[in-house]
Write a protein that binds this ligand. Structure first.
Ligand code: ADP
Ligand code: MG
Length: 579
């Protein structure tokens, strides 16, 4: 800290009106800077010490429910002391006399501050200022308390001989006290005391102006902090992490001591903080609540102790600001979540739309092909029945027949996908269907080192469905799962009953799928398998069947970890045939 340079004035008792005017201008000009309270009191005291030629200047200023008392002396060691003194108030906001004002000096200061000196008695001016030219002599003062007056004697110790205590007030409210102390006897004369009193009227204005200036600056800092946060929130291309890191950066400048302020946001286990964040002693926090749930907190800490810390130890406005910031973060999270949900929904709609278009196209082609295929099949069967065909021609006819049957199979699948083959619904026991389907695969699983686990809910209600179509679903999903585990693994099949639907879950520990593959699995003819192993029609058929049954499909997959298909089929109501 830089020690103020004090210029000793010429001779005591020689201050003119002009000198006072110059000093007043100087302090007004200085107050425009809106320095922090400590700096303000130090600077004013320094000017007064130089101007008055006194040995010490004591300056009390009220703010945030207490008095800030500073003391500047000419001693080289500790020229500036700064402390806070609380004052008790009654419910009307009036300062009440304190029982522990026992130290004579503090008692005297409070007496002047609280306006308890009966004016115009010896040593007291008509404005309530106190002065003495010789403290070595005990003095008596008439005090007024609750309209009752009494006399009290004062004996001061120390090497100060001359004293001038000037109360500072705005309207009827006290805002502080200015004390000038000199080691010289009879240092202040009547004319000067009156000039100092005029000067203290000026100081009252300056102190109020300074307070406003500081408040204004703090409010501007807070507003620009909120403005920066709003700007960060409005940038959709920033990731949530970037936004939070940005917020952490704009917080410290909004606090009273930016140079020792550090901020941190803890959200869902992630931490974002300014570079040298540490758990400080003086710390403030606000919870981040999203949709009623506690998701994290935002903190500001001071890494050092400062003398001028207000209510424990942050400003009330800083408390409010931090709460607002926490709410703002919660809003950003909610907003982004809503945006994501909307995009997901849009993507789902687009996907469904694409599949529907492909379905229509496929159905059109399938219908067109159905007829010529029927002719090929019919006529080749007729030809095959003709006697006298060369053996070679008979074999070729067989190939034509097989190829046409395969083609008809594909056409049928396309029609199922496009939901052009309405399901023949009846009551179906899904458990039995799964068990029957699995029978085909048991020996293959054993051979391919695939562990099979089947958890079928014993109480599963029957569903209204086309059994042969559902059978297709089960078979297609199991085949895909087995194909995904060429080196063995675990296949888990589960049935479950939920509120108004039944679930079929088929899970494997196979190769899994990338995001790109996952996006295309329901598109007809999409396959990642080599020719002969896959047609790319298995899942489109599953999709067609489940959708025409009013159900839905959920897929989760992770590369090298496995895939989980969850089929949901509506269950319309209770029925007796469970099992
Ligand atoms: P196909 O099996 O004839 O390739 P599908 O429509 O049944 O056609 O499947 C499409 C694609 O989806 C497959 O080629 C494969 O890439 C992927 N797939 C389906 N099921 C699984 C699974 N259980 N594990 C990994 N990939 C799968
Ligand atoms: Mg398949």
């Amino acid at each position: 800290m830089k020690h103020p340079k004090i210029i000793q004035s010429k001779a005591p008792g020689s201050k003119s009106v002009k000198n006072f005017k110059a000093l007043s201008h100087k302090i007004l000009e200085y107050s425009n800077r809106g320095d922090l309270r400590t700096d303000f009191q130090r600077e004013i005291s320094k000017m007064l010490l130089g101007f008055s030629g006194c040995n010490a200047v004591e300056f009390w200023l009220k703010g945030h429910g207490k008095y800030f008392r500073s003391c500047m002396t000419r001693l080289s060691g500790k020229p500036f002391l700064f402390e806070t003194r609380p004052y008790p108030q009654n419910e009307h906001g009036e300062i009440v006399p304190q029982a522990n004002d026992d130290q004579t000096w503090i008692y005297l200061c409070h007496t002047v501050i609280h306006g308890r000196l009966t004016p115009s008695q010896p040593l007291v001016t008509k404005n309530g200022s106190f002065w003495t030219g010789n403290t070595k002599k005990p003095f008596f003062l008439r005090l007024t308390f609750d309209k009752k007056s009494h006399v009290r004697s004062f004996t001061l110790s120390g090497d100060t001989l001359s004293l001038l205590l000037l109360p500072l007030s705005v309207g009827r409210k006290n805002i502080g006290l200015l004390v000038l102390k000199s080691k010289l006897k009879s240092y202040f004369n009547k004319k000067e005391i009156s000039l100092y009193e005029d000067f203290s009227r000026y100081l009252e204005i300056v102190a109020t102006h300074h307070d406003t200036q500081v408040d204004l600056r703090e409010r501007i800092k807070e507003l620009s902090c909120l403005y920066h946060i709003a700007r960060l929130a409005a940038q959709p291309d920033l990731s949530m992490k970037e936004v939070l890191q940005g917020i952490v950066k704009v917080l410290p400048p909004a606090w009273l001591y930016p140079e020792i302020a550090h901020a941190r946001i803890l959200l869902n286990g992630d931490s974002f903080s300014t570079p040298h964040f540490q758990e400080g002693r003086d710390r403030q926090q606000a919870d981040i609540i999203v949709n009623g749930k506690h998701r994290g907190k935002v903190e500001v800490v001071y890494s050092e102790k400062r003398s001028e810390l207000d209510e424990g130890p942050f400003l009330q406005e800083e408390r409010a600001l931090l709460d607002t910031v926490a709410k703002e973060i919660a809003n950003i999270i909610t907003g982004r979540q809503a945006e994501r949900d909307k995009m997901n929904l849009e993507e789902q709609v687009r996907h469904a739309d694409r599949l529907a278009t492909i379905g229509q196209l496929a159905a059109g082609v399938a219908h067109e092909l159905n007829e010529p295929l029927g002719s090929i099949l019919g006529f080749s069967q007729l030809v095959k029945k003709c006697s006298g065909l060369p053996h070679r021609a008979e074999l070729d006819m067989e190939k034509i027949l097989n190829a046409s049957l395969h083609a008809r199979d594909i056409v049928k699948k396309l029609l199922i996908f496009a939901r052009q083959m309405p399901p023949q619904k009846m009551k179906v026991n899904l458990n039995r269907l799964v068990e029957e389907g699995l029978n085909f695969f048991k020996s293959r699983c054993a051979k391919e080192n695939i562990e099979l686990s089947c958890l079928l809910s014993p109480d599963l209600p029957e569903v209204d469905a086309d059994p042969s179509q559902l059978n297709q679903v089960v078979i297609n999903l199991i085949v895909n799962a087995l194909q995904a585990m060429p080196h063995g693994g675990r296949l888990k099949i589960q049935t479950l009953e939920e509120e108004n639907h039944v679930l079929l879950i088929i899970e494997d520990t196979g190769v899994g799928m990338s995001e790109e593959v996952l996006e295309k699995i329901f598109t007809p003819f999409f396959t990642t398998k080599e020719v002969g192993k896959g047609t790319g029609l298995g899942l489109p058929v599953v999709h067609g069947i489940i959708t025409s049954h009013g159900g839905s499909i959920k897929v989760e997959s992770k590369i090298s970890q496995g895939t989980r298909f969850e089929i949901q089929l509506p269950w319309t109501g209770p029925n007796e045939n469970r099992g």
